[in-house]
Design a binder for this molecule. Structure first.
Ligand code: SF4
Length: 169
């Protein structure tokens, strides 16, 4: 980094290439407006430098990783927003219909549950999990499921790190 928070253009360019390759290999599209896309990626790099993780550039992170896991890009809400609105909340990821021009980007309402709701969801999942002997892990980003003693280090489908898995059953 050129100073504490700001990545330089080379860092942004190489991050862009990496995120683009990862997205395309998993069947996703980055926004075709490269300048806009790089600005978002630059903000994610700034968040990585500031918090130690790449929190969503369009939302306010708490600075506590455990509380923000669902907001680490790609966030848990990307796929449902792509299905419903053809783009993620920030417009970093877009659908084929946006790429082809068949649909236009629109503003997307926040779907992240409130802290209280998130806590409730966590508690009810834990209740079900505790009744089962063999754990089933779910990738909170792409929904990949696997039954094993511990989650994988990296999701084999969308490549997010193992801390993005939650106990599903
Ligand atoms: S809304 Fe888009 S840019 Fe923001 S974290 Fe989710 S996937 Fe990343």
């Amino acid at each position: 980094m050129s100073d504490f928070d700001e990545p330089d253009s080379n860092e942004v360019d190489s991050y862009y290439e990496k995120v683009k390759a990862d997205a395309e290999s998993a069947g996703y599209n980055l926004n075709a407006d490269v300048e806009f896309t790089k600005e978002l990626l630059k903000s994610i790099l700034i968040n990585k430098n500031r918090y130690g993780y790449g929190a969503c550039p369009c939302r306010l992170a708490s600075g506590i990783k455990e509380e923000d896991l669902d907001l680490i890009c790609p966030c848990d809400y990307r796929d449902p927003d792509l299905v419903e609105y053809e783009a993620c909340y920030c417009g970093l990821y877009v659908s084929n219909k946006i790429i082809s021009g068949e649909k236009k980007l629109q503003s997307i309402p926040e779907r992240r549950p409130s802290p209280k709701e998130r806590e409730k969801i966590k508690e009810s999942t834990m209740e079900i999990s505790n009744k089962l002997s063999k754990p089933v892990w779910r990738c909170s980003v792409c929904g990949y499921l696997c039954a094993r003693d511990a989650p994988p280090e990296v999701c084999p489908i969308c490549k997010v790190s193992g801390d993005r898995f939650e106990r599903f059953m």
